[in-house]
Design a binder for this molecule. Structure first.
Ligand code: NAD
Length: 496
């Protein structure tokens, strides 16, 4: 059993909290570590360290800040395999999937390395006679991040490299279920030479989150997690005068048009629905074939693929997916499979009753496929966050679009078609933040920005990319005049 420590002002510190919780290996169900549920005082000391470092760091030339970031990126590249192992041990995802997560996180560090050019600002000469305007983006000071379990390395990397390269200092509260990847990466961050206090990590639960949301010295909060907590973080944080971007849950639909290549659409749905055991906010959990003929063909293609999914521990290099993260998650997902049957959906592939020899206590769930799901069923409405794909049959393209547009979530969506006009119309009309055309998981690259619509994001700014820079900086617009005629006396009329 290992014990996770906090990182405050450049030092690893054992928490003195009386509260803690266990960390489990999802493949075996064994407790492998403990994590402190830090107190408000511990969070306060991390904020104090970040505040003490903020002025010097904010005044450090952007190019010098970027040099630390280049070193950090190099260390991340060198240790990608180790980080992936840390992720898989506590999260359960396959090693290859974890490596993919690390790669996407490093891409944001790549982006942050180019921050000097993002911070160049704007300049307009002669906005009036001898008057110039400079628009400058300045750091906020201390900012914080609260992150979910499903991408324990990547989601924190969506936040602090951008915030720190912009000149802020950071307090991170990672997921309590899989904190080791964050701590491994923290060591690399320190090795890259960043000054003490620039990045601080405090582990905890609601008490710690509330302390972040209420702390007067924290100017902005980035949150990624489930929708009820995102909404709570947004309303509480903004009530306390902070900038908040709170990314929430999802129910992503993929429309399959009659002209689509059905085999390719089925392959895409396998990766998007069952990769990472469905524990991705951009996972496709609803397939919407248009027309019964398309639906019958799609279900016929999916069934054998799902039945032959290889499920195993992260150490099995042949596994397509691993266990889900906790016993609670396993029970919740199995409960939804029961509910789908009770509600009258057709269970084409049953994921219940799956057990892996030698891993009987692991949190494994088999892949499930429901057909003839209707929009009033809870398996359609709720985010299940597991390897369960629902097929909702639409009789027309317009019915498919309307269905997606009235769903409370609007994170990602995709359409599979060969028709450019349909694809273009879909991109115009769909009320979802990230749209794929023949791309099932349209996660924007690091130099664009990530964010959903409706109840998938609270706040105005998407995360990382240019939107991230806007979120972590505030605009100062300077209008200046250095007239040679000031000696001639003041002007009292408004210039016309
Ligand atoms: P979660 O909401 O349970 O936890 C996220 C964070 O909030 C954690 O750090 C946790 O400690 C904290 N938290 C939990 N309960 C809290 C409470 N009552 N008060 C204050 N803080 C609390 O989410 P999770 O289960 O870790 O992650 C899965 C969810 O995250 C899914 O809904 C998924 O869709 C979503 N997600 C969204 C995105 C996105 O970009 N939109 C990305 C990844 C995950």
């Amino acid at each position: 059993m290992y014990t996770i420590q906090n990182a405050i002002n450049g030092e690893l510190k054992q928490s003195n909290s009386s509260r803690s919780q266990n960390i489990f290996n999802p493949a075996t169900g064994e407790a492998i570590g403990t994590l402190p549920l830090s107190s408000r005082e511990e969070l306060d000391s991390a904020v104090a360290a970040a505040k003490a470092a903020a002025t010097d760091w904010g005044n450090t030339p952007p190019l010098k800040r970027a040099k630390f970031m280049f070193k950090f990126k190099q260390l991340l590249d060198e240790h990608a395999d180790d980080i992936a192992r840390e992720i898989s041990r506590e999260h359960g995802k396959t090693h290859d999937d974890a490596l993919g997560e690390v790669a996407r996180g490093i891409e944001v560090v790549d982006f942050a390395c180019g921050m000097p050019s993002m911070l160049k600002g704007e300049f307009s000469r002669n906005v009036g006679p001898s008057i110039d305007t400079i628009a400058d983006r300045q750091p906020l000071g201390v900012v914080a991040g609260i992150t979910p379990f499903n991408f324990p390395a990547m989601v924190p990397l969506w936040m602090y490299p951008v915030a720190i390269a912009c000149g802020n200092t950071f307090v991170l509260k990672p997921s309590e279920r899989d904190p080791s990847a964050v701590m491994f990466i923290y060591e690399l961050f320190k090795k890259a030479g960043f000054p003490d206090g620039v990045l601080n990590v405090v582990h905890g639960d609601k008490e710690c989150v509330d302390a972040i949301l209420e702390h007067p010295d924290i100017k902005a909060v980035s949150f990624v997690g489930s929708t009820p907590i995102a909404e709570y973080v947004y309303s509480t944080g903004t009530k306390h005068g902070k900038r908040v971007q709170a990314l929430g849950g999802a129910k992503n639909h993929m429309v399959v048009m009659p002209d689509a290549d059905i085999k390719k659409a089925a392959d895409a749905l396998m990766g998007a629905g069952y990769g990472s055991a469905g524990e991705r906010c951009m996972a496709i959990s609803v397939a919407v074939p248009v027309g019964d003929k398309t639906a019958d063909a799609l279900v016929a293609e999916l069934k054998p693929r799902i039945e032959s999914l290889k499920i195993g521990p992260s150490t099995d290099s042949d596994a397509d997916m691993g266990p889900v993260v906790t016993k609670d998650a396993q029970q919740r997902i199995l409960g939804y499979m029961d509910k789908g049957v009770e509600e009258g959906a057709e269970l084409v592939v049953d994921g219940r009753g799956f057990s892996l020899q030698g891993y009987e206590d692991g949190y494994f769930v088999g892949g499930a496929l429901f057909d003839k799901v209707t929009t009033d069923m809870s398996i359609y409405k709720d985010e299940i966050f597991g390897p369960v794909l629902s097929v909702v049959r639409a009789q027309s393209y317009h019915e498919a679009v309307d269905m997606i547009n009235v769903h409370e979530y609007g994170n990602g969506t995709a359409i599979f078609t060969r028709d450019g006009d349909t694809a273009r119309d879909f991109c115009d009309r769909i009320e979802v933040g990230m749209v794929g055309v023949n791309v099932p998981i349209p996660v924007p690259v690091a130099y664009h920005s990530f964010g959903g619509w409706k109840r998938s994001l609270f706040g105005d700014h998407d995360i990382y990319g240019a939107e991230g820079v806007r979120f972590y900086t505030r605009l100062k617009t300077i209008t200046q005049r250095w007239p040679d005629g000031i000696k001639d006396g003041a002007v009292f009329t408004f210039p016309s």
